[in-house]
Write a protein that binds this ligand. Structure first.
Ligand code: DAH
Length: 343
């Protein structure tokens, strides 16, 4: 006892073995097979550490607990060194990018049917020399009502008919506001259309919403007459519904036009014979229009002796619903792609 045949089981030799194993674990190229080889060489059943354990019996008894602890510590250190090198991100067995896969399809966006309809209407008016103008949706009472010659006791000024934010500030209930803003900002000749959102506290149903779209038009110049109005609106109707469409003007009233008309087109479904779309009338109302009231010119400082003009306004959803045969405008704002993708 006390003598070891190999004389190799000392704290130094254990330390040396441990260091070697840790170094090999660290420098292994880290494939699972490399690390496994290191493990087998040192920790395996016939490994170098196991061999040292087998020599414990020949160590002097008073040394045994110390050497035994050193061996256990060395085993733990080597195991940790091997675990600290996870073999997972090993050299990839296939390229990270597979060039043979088919490309990922990019979904193609499209215009919302409301914008698509506005674009179609704009195209027609642009060919007739119109520019596109815009105005704010949060608007002053002055532009929505007063300057449009809408008197203080007019029912549309009631809070049940308009969203008010403050006393004089509201959500515009018509795009006619842009008539005033355009005339304030420039001089005739004026030929603009103004598409945009308008708001009314209507109960939502198939044909009403608290938000919808209008498209306004305004022409002001010297010598503009009702004949110009009829020509432009007829061209518009032909552009939208085809060359054979007929038009009908009915006398009407709007505070900012005098005289005022409501304009119908012959039903583009039945051609005027009467069907469910035109409710057997043969005609479909598409817009309101008229000659600009001299009172409106007074608000913007135009000389109504020198200038005349006409204006018109239409509901975009109405045009759209007829165009695509949609009977419930709520569908347009639900953001349901199954619906929207049809256009
Ligand atoms: N602003 C009107 C409305 O919301 C529509 C309208 C009628 C506009 C006649 C016009 C017009 O420019 O001349 O009901």
């Amino acid at each position: 006892m006390g003598e070891t045949t190999q004389g190799s089981l000392t704290p130094e030799s254990i330390r040396e073995l441990q260091d070697r194993a840790v170094a090999e674990a660290a420098s292994a190229t880290a494939t699972p097979a490399d690390l496994e080889a290191v493990r087998v060489r040192y920790l395996g059943r016939k490994g170098l550490l196991r061999e040292m354990y087998s020599q414990l019996g020949v160590v002097a008894p008073e040394q045994r607990p110390i050497i035994g602890q050193l061996l256990n510590a060395a085993r733990q250190t080597i195991e940790q060194a091997l675990q600290g090198r996870p073999a997972a991100p090993a050299a990839p067995s296939r390229p990270a990018f597979d060039f043979t896969l088919p490309g990922r399809k990019l979904p193609r966006g499209r215009l919302h049917p409301i914008n698509d309809t506005i674009e179609a209407i704009k195209d027609i008016f642009k060919r007739l020399g119109f520019e596109v103008a815009f105005g704010p949706e949060v608007e002053l009472d002055y532009y929505n009502f007063e300057a449009l010659n809408i008197p203080a006791d007019h029912p549309s000024r009631d809070s049940f008919d308009t969203f008010f934010l403050h006393d004089d500030v509201l959500l515009r209930s018509q795009t006619s506001t842009v008539q005033i803003r355009t005339m304030e900002n420039r001089r005739p000749p004026i030929r603009v259309i103004a598409p945009g959102k308008v708001y009314r506290p209507d109960t939502v149903d198939a044909t009403h919403g608290f938000l919808f779209h209008q498209l306004e038009g305004l022409v002001v110049d010297e010598g503009v007459t009702m004949a110009d109005l009829k020509y432009v609106l007829h061209e518009f109707a032909r552009g939208l519904y085809g060359p054979d469409v007929k038009m009908r003007f009915r006398p009407s009233f709007f505070p900012f036009t005098e005289p005022s008309v409501e304009v119908d087109v012959s039903c583009f479904v039945c051609g005027g014979k009467g069907c469910s779309v035109c409710k057997r009338a043969g005609w479909i109302e598409i817009l309101g229009a008229g000659m600009v009231d001299p009172n409106v010119f007074r608000y913007v400082g135009y000389d109504s002796e020198r200038y005349t003009g006409f204006a018109f306004g239409m509901g975009v959803e109405r045009v759209l619903m007829r165009r695509h045969g949609i009977n419930d405008m709520r569908l347009l704002l639900e953001n349901d792609l199954r619906f929207l993708r049809q256009f």
